[in-house]
Design a protein around this ligand. Sequence first.
Ligand code: SAM
Length: 543
Amino acid sequence: MGRRKRPLPLIENLEIIDAGAEGKAVGRWNEKVVFVPFAAPGDIVDVQVFKKKRSFYEAKITRIQQASPLRIEPECSHFGLCGGCKWQHLDYTEQLRYKQKQVKDSLDRIAKIPYPEIQQIIGSDNTFYYRNKLEYTFSDRRWLTDFDPSKEEGGPEDTNGLGFHLPGMFDKILDIEKCYLQKDPSNAIRLATKKYALKNGLTFYNVRNWEGLLRNMIIRTSTTGDLMVIIIFKENDAEKISGLMNFLKESFPEITSLMFVINDKKNDTITDLEVQLFAGHPFIMEEMPPAIEGQTALKFKIGPISFYQTNSEQAYKLYKTAFDFADFQGNELVYDLYTGTGTIANFIARCAKKVIGIEYVEDAVKDAFENAALNSIENVDFYAGDLAKVLDESFFEKHGKPDVIITDPPRAGMHVNVVKQILVAEPEKIVYVSCNPATQARDLALLHEKYDVKKVQPVDMFPQTHHVENVVLLVRRQVGSRGGAGFISREDAKGQVLFHATARRRKVCFTQKRSGTMVWDWICYQNKRRIINLNLIHQSPYF
Ligand SMILES: C[S@@+](CC[C@H](N)C(=O)[O-])C[C@H]1O[C@@H](n2cnc3c(N)ncnc32)[C@H](O)[C@@H]1O
């Protein structure tokens, strides 16, 4: 007989002390961190633990004993279930305060390097209806919430749904009545599509047995007023497809690009599939104000699978921050790493000598060239490839070493090889744009070998969520003095060891390196009366 599992604890009167990782609030109980979604700092709550790990618990609120003064009434009726806007119950000023803190915590706890005062986070003017892209999923088994009136009567007659995945659940779709993230007619199109499908017997997808005609729906909007709708079908049922597409075309004349995809694969990715045009144009146009007043606005052509920042207004503020940090003089060779569709490269190009963008999605690189041509920008070049492999000394030899590097990696941050090559290239400035302050902080610690952080500017691209972008300016450190071989000797009381530079008698500094390590070469970069910091260039192979 197996061991009977002990029930997981119900914790009463847990005080929520912080807003932590992945948007979950944080409490402490019996020396353990307790992560509680949908709680607010300052709440006193009863929670039921549902996951127990060695150093933390995950728990669900069962009762709010005392609501935090930071709480506000969420706009959306789906709050608490939908994973989209987990911070809707926090006042926007508080959201911004916690985002700013997230950046500071990452710099303090992960980077552990000196940095100047963090500039006040740039908030978003629109705190709702700011997304230009949403993807909905059809399901023949919508998630039945506790509030579903039909639940008590043995379930509803109609189990179809069109909406979002529950957080972390690939097979559970929450039917959405109204979403506050994208401007209308987004809600109207979704609701009308569902109604038409039910009335005309178009089946909704079942992700477990891979059956059902309707799979996904993507709606993209732009500040120019263009509107793209893409419906993803499981199979090529021409009659039903044209029925729904004609219905959308007639009901929503504001759609400027109506497209569909047949996806009979088991996964939802459409980047490897043909997107077929049903009506209108195969792209939408987006416009962005220029980096410098007086220049013409930039135009971007966005195809059905092209990447474009999802909050267009904030994207401008993000790029403008990066541009201002770089402080171009007009004669710089700039590398734009992780360039995507070349938006940053094209945004800054008019103020630099040349910009080279690198990106591994080939279609994005094609878009980048097209966007450059569309804006009559000629001093940019783009290369497709994995940065961890493409960026090496032969690339620098061929294209020249950059004066400035702008880097905007995905959430995982930069590959260690990319960091190494940046340190080899030694640009004067690096502007690091990041959507994940934790991985950015890790990379900043590595770059600290040669760079100092001079400016830090968080930007909020995603109100109502815990996500925050952060832009950091790094400037190459002026080398103070350089010495020959040295020797690391004994440890002091704090576990640090003393370093003796043999060429300079009695100069000593503290380092964390292992006692007994021989150092071939060193640079000291805070040269006051004595060396207080040390940069190992080569470590002896004999230790
Ligand atoms: C955060 S997006 C930045 C896009 C662009 N800077 C913008 O603002 O539109 C990161 C980009 O890095 C690309 N990428 C991810 N890993 C890569 C790699 N190893 N080598 C090259 N590009 C990569 C992704 O395809 C994506 O376009």
